[in-house]
Ligand binder design. Structure first.
Ligand SMILES: *[C@@H]1O[C@H](CO)[C@@H](O)[C@H](O)[C@H]1NC(C)=O
Ligand SMILES: *[C@@H]1O[C@H](CO)[C@@H](O)[C@H](O)[C@H]1NC(C)=O
Ligand SMILES: *[C@@H]1O[C@H](CO)[C@@H](O)[C@H](O)[C@H]1NC(C)=O
Length: 502
């Protein structure tokens, strides 16, 4: 269950009881950067996925839109690229693309959070007062709940936060493992005022659609075959959503962890990125959650390359040249002729994670076809993101995969392959893929955002100008690319507040 929902409820109760009284917190001085690493030294730093200028980051916390400013807080170690001395890092933005990194909002400073200011959420209280509720790990290594509020409500950047003198507000009660995360011991009721036809229950990993008085009713077609409902079937953790009141949309953030060694992270001087913010919507059928990168990303697009109505013969590979393939946004839509002649799926093939690495044995009339991203010219390094269409009774099933087995010639990288099944309405006769390629991350949105897979990769050859992008079809019959649009992406600006005339 989303902690944010619980915190919202809990906080109202707490504040009625306690009132809000606060005292000054102690900020550790913010270390200034000596010099930023160059691109050549840092082939894995992302250009438009948010990451702090240095050091460790994990979960997004308390994303909020307040007085014209987007705030992103995150679990952050201001001192090193490892998970230690956890603070609340804080960055602000006017467009969700470019960011100003401020000093941490909360640092461990008190007996109740001396072992870290861990995850939490922000709630806007009556009177437009934002409040942070966070888990502190205290001197005795117990998890306790704490409150902080802004020092100066007129400051739209909310630079300084003060911890409540009533902290800790909650301590583990008898019978609860004090080192365990506090999870509900009760069930959340859906709000009784819910008047919409459907509502969505969103946890940090899964989503479900519910209807008033019919909890957890979902499209059973999707459950057939053991599908679950993850936001993302790759690296995508500890998600948080917030409502963007300026643009009337719900936005999803999530941490995308590193997939190589801690030693490499220490050498690079940083670890952890955020997924690009996604709008979350209901599909037209009302049965399915759909995710799509927020539109603001498009301002970074440059140098468009486009193809229309192009046949991709079975067994062919075709380079998409003319863009920076290490820093790109790619949208491709495939037409699927003769779907009725594709093979029936082997009834034993139920697990995408077992199927996706099958390589040549997957070859058939319906693919595999898709993209080879962050590929070296000789294709020894490549991340294949592909579809394979199967028949299942009178329906069609699409296997979507992201294959990391050849993503890097380096040692110590996680090569796990990811996959998911997508139900295809035979009348659609097409399937689309959008890939956000950004040096060491590829975020994939299949079937107009109905299935997402995010991968971290560390190519050694396919970096900077040596990275290439291909479309391929390893199936035995042609597929038609109805359209392919690819853009080089400009770099988002992420600057420390000192550089921003503060
Ligand atoms: C509070 O913030 C406003 C707006 O940034 C600023 O003008 C004012 O000086 C601040 N007040 C204090 C006491 O710092
Ligand atoms: C598939 O559809 C095409 C066009 O409608 C038809 O000509 C063909 O006979 C069908 N094949 C099968 C195996 O049903
Ligand atoms: C496509 O087929 C070729 C030839 O069998 C093979 O070398 C290559 O690895 C296949 N590509 C993918 C992504 O499976």
């Amino acid at each position: 269950m989303d902690k944010g929902v619980l915190w919202g409820v809990g906080l109202c109760i707490l504040l009625v009881g306690y009132g809000v009284e606060v005292k000054a917190s102690h900020h550790h001085p913010y270390r200034k950067l000596q010099s930023l690493p160059t691109d050549q030294e840092q082939p894995y730093r992302t250009a438009y996925h948010f990451q702090p200028l240095e050091n460790w980051m994990n979960d997004p916390n308390g994303p909020v839109y307040y007085k014209g400013v987007y705030h992103l807080f995150y679990q952050y170690n201001p001192h090193a690229a490892v998970a230690f001395y956890i603070s609340w890092g804080h960055s602000v933005s006017y467009n969700l693309v470019d960011w100003i990194q401020l000093e941490p909002a909360l640092n461990p400073s008190e007996p109740y959070d001396s072992n870290g200011c861990w995850s939490g959420s922000i709630t806007i209280l009556p009177g437009e007062i934002p409040a942070i509720l966070y888990t502190g790990i205290n001197l005795e290594n117990r998890q306790v709940q704490n409150l902080a509020v802004p020092k100066n409500l007129s400051d739209p950047l909310l630079r300084e936060w003060v911890k409540s003198s009533y902290n800790p507000l909650m301590t583990p009660v008898n019978g609860i493992d004090p080192e365990q995360d506090l999870t509900p011991l009760f069930e959340m009721n859906l709000p009784s005022t819910c008047s919409r036809q459907v509502s969505m229950v969103m946890t940090t990993t899964f989503w479900e659609i519910t209807r008033p008085k019919q909890n957890f009713l979902v499209d059973t077609d999707f459950l057939d075959g053991g599908f679950d409902f993850r936001y993302d079937y790759g690296k995508f953790y500890a998600s948080k959503t917030f409502f963007d009141s300026a643009k009337k949309r719900r936005i999803l953030w999530a941490w995308v962890s590193e997939s190589d060694t801690t030693l490499n992270a220490i050498r690079r001087g940083w670890a952890g990125i955020q997924a690009f913010p996604r709008s979350v919507l209901l599909s037209r059928t009302g049965q399915q959650l759909v995710q799509w990168p927020i539109k603001e990303l498009e301002k970074l697009r440059a140098n468009k390359v486009a193809f229309n109505d192009m046949e991709l013969k079975g067994g062919s590979v075709f380079e998409v040249s003319g863009i920076t393939a290490s820093q790109a946004d790619v949208e491709v839509s495939f037409d699927l002729p003769n779907l009725n002649e594709t093979e029936f799926i082997d009834p034993n093939w139920v697990d995408p994670l077992v199927l996706c690495p099958k390589g040549a044995s997957l070859t058939g009339k319906g693919g595999p076809f898709g993209l080879l991203a962050l590929a070296s010219r000789d294709l020894t390094e490549q991340t294949a993101v592909f579809f394979r269409i199967f028949r299942k009774q009178d329906k069609y099933l699409v296997l979507m995969c992201s294959d990391q087995s050849r993503s890097s010639l380096g040692d110590g990288t996680d090569r796990t392959t990811y996959g998911v099944f997508i139900n295809l309405d035979p009348r659609e006769r097409k399937i689309s893929l959008r890939s956000l390629i950004d040096h060491s991350v590829i975020e994939n949105f299949g079937a107009d955002g109905r299935a997402c897979i995010t991968a971290r990769v560390y190519p050694t050859l396919a970096i900077h100008k040596e990275a290439h992008l291909y479309v391929f079809n390893n199936g035995t019959q042609s597929v038609r690319i109805s359209s392919l649009n690819a853009w080089s992406m400009k770099r988002a600006q992420i600057v420390p507040s000192e550089k921003n005339g503060k």
